[in-house]
Write a new protein. Sequence first.
Length: 132
Amino acid sequence: MSDKDFMKLLFPEVLVKRIEIKEITPCLIDAERIKFLAQTDKPLDDILPILYLYLPNAKYAEKLGALSYTHQRHLVTMFSTGKIGMTYVKDRNEAEQLIAEVRDLINRAFIYLKSHGKAAEKLFNSKSKQTP
């Protein structure tokens, strides 16, 4: 049994089961590539602070309910509503692969939340005050 299967057994109500691509349009940076919008089957508001602390290059706008980070050459933006946007994607196959990676990341954050609770406010505040 893999770790993913084990987590599905332990936390079936917590995990995001589906992320559906809703819209694909040409990328603004490179016309040969695409950008897409997708929607999760549950809201992400509780895990955005956890992902903010976990991802080294993340930016979090709490009032907007939005988290942005770069993954490889892609700009990824997640919203508290469950909407996800990603840019500079080669094609639909790469989009599906990236969605699977994002789903795994989101599910690890939900498992962390379920196991440890919300991120400590002092950690959240200390990261937001960091400068180069």
